[in-house]
Design a protein around this ligand. Structure first.
Ligand code: FAQ
Length: 311
């Protein structure tokens, strides 16, 4: 009764059921998941740096506690995601090596500097907002461990998004100088946030296959549009504008029209030539090297424990 492996896989995908680590899967499916999950994990880990920059300068104990919790959550997300990638037969150590050697990508958004404290709020609102928009559908991704990891990640990202928006509303109730600081920050982050969704669909080599496999549930442009539509009322409530003269309600489509992000800037950043790419990787490399003694100690301790169990 041997059903060919490919047929079983195709039937599982067609029935909207989950592929699990021990199931047979095509090499391409495994490869694309490793690529996407590793890139996602690296983004969470590198993503600690821009906001971590403000930990020692948060304006109050409350803000510092919130920001510390958020940055720690990002580390946790990286860990769940590396674990999900490991179920596909790769090793976290190897993925980290690829990241610090520039052989695997991380999100373009983390290659911009955090120049003012308002950036902490804007990142929460727009960057975590974009991340949620992209990741909620990934809770239905066809690969079980990835989809399950996304559920908890999304719950935590919702808290991150709220803390950012609440921070900005507090600043908007402050002085003119604080309001100007929020608007200036939003001006810098709006276009990079739109680029998080990836290249336009007609320039996205992976989308069609990833949709067919149920790895992705929507195209890059669909999610970008959804994000624009949900962000505009939030901006109005906050009292800020987005730096796009082409933003306009399109009654026919029931959506907002918007301008074209600068894709040459996106390509430069993805290739490693953004304003902070080198510094981000150098910092990650130093943290990894400085942590070598912890890994050695943990390995020695585990070996000792294993020895004791045997005797
Ligand atoms: N940055 O064919 P596609 C967070 C690459 S949220 C850099 O469209 P795909 C939370 C892409 O890898 C951020 N590279 O690719 C947080 C591919 O290159 P490759 C992380 C990008 O995979 C908040 C090439 O361009 N979230 O961390 C980007 O079908 C605050 C062609 O692109 C995720 O990773 C980009 N923006 O679609 C943490 C979500 N876009 O690999 C701290 C999961 C594309 O062939 C603080 N990932 N590329 O060499 C995804 O949903 C997808 O991978 C996309 C890209 C939508 C990002």
């Amino acid at each position: 009764h041997d059903v060919p492996l490919q047929e079983t896989f195709d039937a599982t995908i067609a029935a909207e059921q989950r592929i699990e680590p021990r199931d047979w899967m095509p090499d391409g499916y495994r490869k694309t998941l490793i690529r996407q999950i590793a890139q996602h994990a690296h983004s969470e880990i590198i993503g600690m740096q821009p906001e971590g920059n403000w930990l020692t300068r948060a304006p109050s104990l409350r803000r510092k506690a919130i920001l510390t919790a958020k940055v720690q959550d990002e580390a946790g997300h990286g860990m769940y995601l590396y674990s999900a990638a490991e179920t596909l037969g790769v090793d976290r150590e190897d993925l980290t090596t690829k990241l610090i050697e520039g052989r695997q990508k991380y999100s373009s958004i983390f290659n911009y500097p955090t120049l003012t404290y308002a950036d902490v709020g804007t990142i929460g609102w727009l960057v975590d907002g974009a991340a949620i928009c992209n990741q909620v559908p990934l809770c239905r991704s066809s690969f079980g461990p990835y989809a399950r990891a996304m559920i908890r990640v999304c719950k935590e990202e919702s808290f991150h998004q709220r803390q950012g928006y609440e921070l900005l509303t507090t600043m908007m109730r402050g002085t003119d100088e604080q309001r100007a600081m929020v608007q200036e920050s939003v001006n810098r982050w709006w276009w990079p946030a739109l680029m998080m969704f990836g290249p336009p669909d007609d320039q996205s080599p992976n989308t069609a296959q990833s949709m067919a496999w149920g790895v992705k549930r929507h195209t890059n442009d669909e999610l970008r549009q959804r994000f624009v539509d949900m962000s505009i009322p939030q901006a109005q409530a906050l009292g800020v504008t987005f730096p796009d003269p082409d933003l306009a309600w399109n009654a026919e489509r029931g959506s907002y029209d918007f301008g074209e992000p600068d894709w040459s800037e996106f390509m430069a950043i993805v290739k490693g030539n953004g304003p902070t790419n080198l510094a981000r990787i150098a910092r990650r490399r130093a943290a990894h090297e400085d942590g070598a003694w912890v890994r050695e100690a943990a390995t020695a301790f585990a070996a000792k424990q294993a020895g004791q169990t045997r005797s």
